[in-house]
Design a protein around this ligand. Structure first.
Ligand code: DOR
Ligand code: ZN
Length: 332
């Protein structure tokens, strides 16, 4: 199969040595354009820092187009968005406080940010949401229903800013699929590779499959598979590839994140073929995302071949998704 280079509209590329290791694997995995998440230490909260981060990425992976995000925080004001487009910034990412990796500076309420959302609506910037409420078992919330409980916030934001384009990231539930579909043209969702196959059983006790939001129930997975292969233009690829060194995964308190970047398209082709919907892969990975983000077509192409491909045990210190398993597809 020959396909355009994919658009991966949600990636974590880190800093320092890890950045140098991960960024060059974007092309290997079949993507030519990525939306880069801002949860660095410290987070990317200014246009100047986004521009500097982008230059760093371009230096190690010159063949990739990097679209940047800013981390929603009190520092981010409507005035501070000046020059955002020129710095490659296309979205603002919101992390509720404490829900995942480097989200300590995340937000506790959306109301103080309404002037910013109004400015984003006017400027055509996208609001990218980590869609989980903070877990609070004593008040009846756990990581299993944190996404479903977040959906009222999504509905409220959409009601208040109907023209603001919003992406609910890495959805994991049937409830989120239905909600996004219901909300109409300015609300979309990304779906990861790993959530198409993982359920609770796969991460409980298996840290390398632990990510946030956690994979849910078989019925949720069925809804995700249906959404990804439905041909619906508001469900598209965002891998949430999230590398962590082995020592941060193989420990009693593991970091959340699954690393899929180097074999992104082989994983996806393998999955879509098993679902009997290879015909829907191209739009999911190469078209719907770019249309929602209003991006031009990419010029390069990739070739996916039905040739077995063994997932390496490790890339440097990082263990990839499905390490040691054989995928049915290879990518050039
Ligand atoms: O599993 C995850 N890992 N989910 C996130 O939201 C963040 C990411 C990371 O940065 O490691
Ligand atoms: Zn993420």
């Amino acid at each position: 199969m020959e396909l355009p280079l994919a658009d991966d509209l949600h990636v974590h590329l880190r800093q320092g040595d890890l950045l140098a290791l991960v960024a060059p694997t974007i092309r290997t995995g079949g993507a030519g354009r990525v939306l880069v998440m801002p949860n660095l230490k410290p987070p990317v909260t200014t246009v100047a820092r986004a521009a500097a981060y982008r230059r760093e990425l371009q230096a190690v992976a010159p063949g990739v187009e990097f679209l940047m995000t800013l981390y929603l925080s009190p520092e981010l004001t409507a005035e501070s968005l000046v020059g955002a487009a020129a710095a490659g910034v296309v979205a603002v990412k919101s992390y509720p406080k404490g829900v995942t990796t480097n989200s300590e500076s995340g937000i506790e309420s959306y109301a103080p940010h309404y002037p910013l959302f109004a400015a984003m609506e006017t400027a055509g910037l996208v609001l990218s949401l980590h869609g989980e409420v903070p877990s609070d078992p004593d008040r009846g919330t756990s990581i299993l229903d944190a996404e479903a409980r977040f959906l009222t916030h999504l509905e409220q934001l959409h009601r208040d800013f109907p023209r603001l384009r919003i992406v609910l990231e890495h959805i994991t539930t049937a409830a989120a699929c239905a909600c996004v579909e219901r909300l109409g043209d300015t609300v979309a969702a990304t779906i990861t590779v790993h959530h198409l196959d993982l359920v609770v059983d796969h991460w409980a006790g298996r840290n390398h499959n632990f990510c946030k939001p956690v994979a849910k129930l078989p019925s949720d997975r069925a809804a995700l598979r249906a959404a990804a292969t439905s041909g619906h233009p508001r469900f598209f690829l965002g891998s949430d590839s999230a590398p962590h060194p082995r020592h941060d995964k193989e420990t009693a308190c593991a970091c959340a994140g699954v690393f899929t970047q180097p074999l992104l398209m082989p994983y996806l082709a393998d999955a879509f073929e098993r679902f009997g919907r290879l015909d829907r892969l191209r739009d999911f990975a190469c078209r719907f995302g770019r249309e929602f983000y209003r991006l031009p077509r990419q010029t390069g192409t990739i070739r996916l071949e039905r040739r077995p491909c063994v997932v390496p045990d490790a890339y440097g210190p990082v263990v990839p998704y499905r390490a040691g398993e054989t995928l049915a597809w290879s990518c050039e």
